[in-house]
Write a protein that binds this ligand. Structure first.
Ligand code: HEC
Length: 117
């Protein structure tokens, strides 16, 4: 009997643990708070802007406006942000940004939502 209770408890706690992960997989941006999004927008303008230009029109790094990123997919841009590009000035950001955050930034860049804010 106590074994059954233990198994049921285990199954229940596993269901609870896997639920949020599943929710995240279907909507990857769900857990980014409005506050974090604001902070990320600030990072893109200040930190990324130091190379890509405050308005993302380019500088040491290329312009990151939607017209410049045409033909480049969101996952490709996300990968570039997380891992940087070897033998270029583009640094990896994976120690500062989560995969989800890099994905969100890539989406914002593709949609031109950072430059005009
Ligand atoms: C130290 C300078 C520097 C900083 C800081 C920097 N980048 Fe870059 N980035 C570059 C350079 C240089 C390239 C071009 C690499 C190449 O030649 O392929 C690049 C390329 C990219 C690309 C690919 C563009 C394309 O057309 O394929 C993206 C996306 C990007 N950066 C996003 C970011 C984001 C987001 C940040 C901030 C989190 C950031 N970068 C910070 C220098 C920088």
């Amino acid at each position: 009997m106590s074994q059954l209770v233990a198994i049921t408890t285990l199954a229940l706690s596993q269901a609870i643990l896997t639920l949020p992960a599943f929710a995240n997989a279907t909507n990857t941006n769900e857990s980014l708070t409005a506050e974090r999004k604001k902070a990320l927008t600030h990072i893109v303008k200040q930190d990324c802007g130091s190379c890509h230009g405050m308005t993302l029109k380019g500088g040491l790094g290329p312009a990151l406006l939607p017209e410049n990123l045409e033909g480049k997919t969101v996952p490709f841009l996300q990968y570039t942000i997380l891992h940087g590009r070897t033998s270029t000035a583009m640094p990896p950001w994976k120690s500062l940004l989560t995969e989800k955050e890099a994905l969100w930034i890539a989406e914002q860049l593709k949609e031109g939502k950072v430059a005009d804010k």
